[in-house]
Design a protein around this ligand. Structure first.
Ligand code: TA6
Length: 285
């Protein structure tokens, strides 16, 4: 079979992934990654010699119309449930189009995907794979009216044990606790987990870090164009209720999500563009 014109032989190849879905495999000098056209969904990122950075459920579905449970779901144009519509919007269950691929001077590989069939706005996803994983979700208002939306890169991180990790960078930041349905403020100490957690931190552009003594690493989540950080772990009861998630998989994952949700939603004037950018990196403790 002749190579796809956008392939970069030996480094960026188009293949068939789980569920027969089209998948792009990227092998850089520093790392390997995978992204499905389905949802422009980064399903894997791993630096050579390190454990995977992202979590992927062994029970995830890989099927048209179904979200992938793990990696980086692209949430657009709304976050959370919406009566009569799929939770977290339709971008994550749409097949995106691969537009360009490139090898950058720093030996990282970059690819651009577009969300097809959009009316009144254009959406592209730019993924750069090197020593770090960077992702940019760009939205342009091509209509004559203001366009309001929510967005989020709903990243699932792989950890050794949820009970042993801590998250720094959100001290004194206000958040909506979506389980207790109260608005409160984070304390001074790093965040630790003793049960289900579902918090939307607002008005924060802060860089956060996941400190994982079990894997002996620290993951840094740097962001721009984002005022919300969501921290989520389903814990035991919710894990059991999720058919595409193992009952004990909550132990090995945490979501630290970067976006603009609820009161931080984005309103673009005609012709304006907003870019949500996240750079994921890791280092040994
Ligand atoms: O980001 C946290 C959250 O909104 C949780 O409330 C939980 O629903 C999670 O997203 C996963 O949502 P999903 O629709 O992918 O099952």
């Amino acid at each position: 079979m002749s190579a796809h014109p956008l392939e970069i032989p030996g480094h960026l190849t188009l293949t068939t992934g789980e569920g027969g879905l089209p998948k792009i495999r990227i092998e850089s000098a520093f790392s390997r990654a995978e992204i499905y056209l389905h949802g422009a969904h980064v399903s894997h990122f791993q630096k050579h010699g390190e454990p995977p950075l992202l979590f992927m459920s062994a029970a995830s579905e890989f099927a048209a119309g179904k979200p992938i449970r793990g990696g980086v779901p692209v949430i657009f144009p709304w976050f959370g449930p919406r009566d009569g519509y799929p939770a977290h919007g339709f971008a994550r269950t749409t097949e995106w189009e691969l537009v360009t691929t490139a090898l950058l001077p720093n030996e990282a590989f970059q690819l651009v995907l577009h969300l097809p069939n959009s009316t009144g706005y254009q959406v592209e996803f730019v993924m750069t794979v090197g020593d770090q994983l960077s992702m940019e979700l760009g939205v342009t208002n091509t209509s004559e009216q203001p366009f309001t939306f929510e967005n989020c890169l709903h990243t699932y991180f792989h950890v050794r044990s949820i009970s042993d990790i801590s998250i720094t960078g959100l001290s004194n930041v206000g958040y909506h606790d979506r389980i207790a349905d109260v608005v409160t403020t984070e304390g001074h100490e790093p965040i630790r987990f003793e049960g289900e957690m579902d918090r939307v931190y607002f008005n924060t552009s802060a860089t956060t870090e996941i400190v994982d003594p079990g894997l002996g690493r620290k993951i840094r989540i740097a962001k721009s164009g984002s005022q919300s950080t969501v921290v989520w772990n389903p814990w035991i009861a919710k894990s059991i209720r999720m058919p595409d998630f193992g009952d004990e998989e909550y132990i090995r994952m945490v979501c630290v999500e970067s976006g603009n949700v609820a009161d931080d939603q984005v309103t673009l004037s005609p012709g304006d563009r907003a870019v949500l950018a996240v750079v994921l990196s890791s280092e040994s403790l």
